[in-house]
Design a protein around this ligand. Structure first.
Ligand code: MLT
Length: 255
């Protein structure tokens, strides 16, 4: 099983993903929000890469069953029902709803990788559950860090490294690209305390500045969810529990 990490989706075009199994990470905060919304009963998340398209798509859907969510520069977009804080996506708000989601980097990375044969969503919350499923599939993997405005992001790379280390515990026949090895090394040096790492990062600092400190605490939780979101056509849904691979002992909960 070969694993490659893209530190930003900018270095490749959409066709690069054709036929590949991909994992998209935007730990702060888009992929954490997607996992949380689906776990809290949202019917589906429709990721889009422009605000205009989000409005157009939601206009063609049943209004009372659809919510527009997302952010610009971390803040809720005018006219949208929800921002991009996972704490907003509670079951009383999202249960049974289709959510059209636009975010600066995360949903764009998902849209870019849409030609993948399978595309999974990862954040610190679901590393262990997803690693078990990927080890079970035993196919080559592309891990896409959404990054920040086409640049490297520490939290996404550390999350990728933790995912790789967990897969490695289940499959000792991995071939890692240089970027995959670098992510694993970063997760060993910067991933011991995920919350502190996020507080020191560029995007974490911006979120704190803009009043979203609680989101860092939420997004830093490790293996708190068994949810495995995947792209099914144009929408992200939850993989049914019974497809969910093999068990391998207790999960690491501390950061
Ligand atoms: C993004 O996609 O860039 C984000 O998830 C930004 C955020 O809302 O923190």
């Amino acid at each position: 099983m070969k694993i490659n990490v893209l530190f930003s989706p900018v270095s490749v075009n959409e066709l690069y993903f054709t036929g590949k199994i991909s994992v998209v990470i935007d730990a702060l905060r888009a992929t954490t929000t997607i996992i949380t919304a689906l776990e809290n009963g949202a019917k589906e998340i429709i990721p889009v890469s422009t605000v205009e398209f989000a409005i157009k798509v939601s206009g063609g859907m049943f209004g009372w069953q659809t919510l527009l969510g997302g952010e610009r520069n971390t803040k809720k977009i005018e006219g949208f029902a929800l921002g991009n804080s996972p704490l907003e996506y509670s079951s009383d708000v999202v249960s049974g709803k289709s959510i059209v989601l636009y975010t600066t980097n995360g949903t764009k990375a998902i849209a870019k990788a849409k030609f993948s044969s399978e595309l999974f969503i990862c954040a610190f919350l679901n590393i262990s559950a997803l690693a078990k499923h990927l080890a079970f599939l035993n196919y080559d993997l592309e891990i896409i860090c959404s990054g920040g405005l086409n640049n490297f992001s520490m939290e996404d790379s550390v999350c990728a490294g933790k995912l790789i280390s967990k897969i490695e515990k289940l499959n000792n026949d991995l071939v890692l690209s240089d970027s995959a090895r670098a992510s694993r090394a970063l997760s060993k040096s910067f991933g011991r305390n995920i919350l502190n790492m996020m507080r020191d990062n560029e995007h974490g600092k911006l979120l704190i500045e803009n009043g979203f400190e609680e989101d860092l605490t939420f997004c830093s939780k490790l293996n708190n969810s068994n949810a495995i979101p995947y792209l099914n056509g144009k929408a992200i849904k939850l993989l049914p529990d019974n497809i969910n691979s093999f068990q391998s002992g207790p999960d690491e909960k501390t950061d």
